[in-house]
Ligand binder design. Sequence first.
Ligand code: SF4
Ligand code: SF4
Length: 442
Amino acid sequence: MENKNRYVPSRFNAITHTDDNGVVLFNSYTGAITYFSDQEKQAVLSSLKRAGTDLLENEIQEDLHTNGFLVSSHVDEKRRAQFLHQSLHRTDTMHLVLMPTEACNFRCTYCYETFERGKMNRTVINGLKAFVQEKAASLTDLHISWFGGEPLISLDVIEELSETFLAIAKENHVQYSCDLVTNGYLLTKDTFQRLLSWNINQFMITVDGVGEVHDRRRHLTGGGRTFDTIIENLIAIKDVPGSFDITIRTNFDEDNLQATSELTHFLKDHFADDKRFGILFRPVGQWGGKNDDDIPVCSRTMANKKIWELTDEAITQGFGMSSMIADSLMPSASVCYAAKPHSLVVSSHGQLYKCTLSLHEEFNQVGKIHEDGHLELDYDKIASWVTSGEETDAVCQSCFYRPVCQGNHCPLYRMRTGERPCPYEKRNIKKVLNLIWKNSTQ
Ligand code: SF4
Ligand code: SF4
């Protein structure tokens, strides 16, 4: 018997209602996030009934189909997701997380790093140059994440490597992009402009409160204040023209939770007029540092709730949320680099890791880089990071968020706890879609 085609709702859809009686639809396979008004809502909801529709009879149904909310009943969506996951094995993309130094000028109360090693040594710098030169002919995309320690302490290493990588990328027609995580203390306007000139234009800077609240959590080695300098730097950066993206991250626990309103007011007063700045809230965890037992972490339930309550409050006050949140909903976007086959963390002394957190654990020490650019790799260890997600987890295979996370948002969390590492966004998807809509109306 002929198997007649119908258009049925995608298994990867999520929907939420908005305050103005509209709806926001999200499809995790296409990454589409679409708003429909009160007038369009009924047509949308009836088109998305489980039984589906024989034909695409109007513009709304066409639109739903184009964006992947309605799919042909002949489509095997699980296969699509599986294929998307396999595409992480493409050999023409590479992501390197580089530590130009492992030293830091801060001693944050919740930090897990040990600062045993300093600046990246000459062998590693030469090795990275040789490796990228050798690899470039087969690459279309190279992404570098500058990480540390505090990477700006070794700006000369960033400069030397950036200039080499930029030249190699140009010569080989490779798309070259970068992000940088910094505490912001050394991020003067001049340094910022130099970073932009090296294609570094996505930044994450942590601010945990106003004045003393921030300073007692994120102080200099030896105890000095840091808030005023960071804010002066950020205000100066506002004058820099052009395109860049700054996420101000606030790590919260019971200690600073009550102070976040004051912070969002402050940030609104200084940055709300510049859409290149946005906020991201994340709970502090016991990440393995020496103060772990003393950190007043929020319970998991409380943390899951507070992230979005605080974001909502910031948007209501007029300070937008970080672009990282909507970006993290795109296909494959919440797969951690540790789970990607062509991603490596390179420490300042040439040790290769998959994950930036568990640096002292043997299973994360996956190889070494040599001065001639040769990588010595332990593929058995790498395999344990790369294959622990959706391929072995039936619940992930059936999850509506599978294309985004692939069961691999944090392979370390899965290894340590045996639990699924569902991203915060997935756990509260309706609220998140609502906030994305609300943020877009500001
Ligand atoms: S595996 Fe988890 S802890 Fe490690 S880098 Fe990825 S998200 Fe971070
Ligand atoms: S880890 Fe969670 S969000 Fe990710 S695919 Fe599995 S069930 Fe879905």
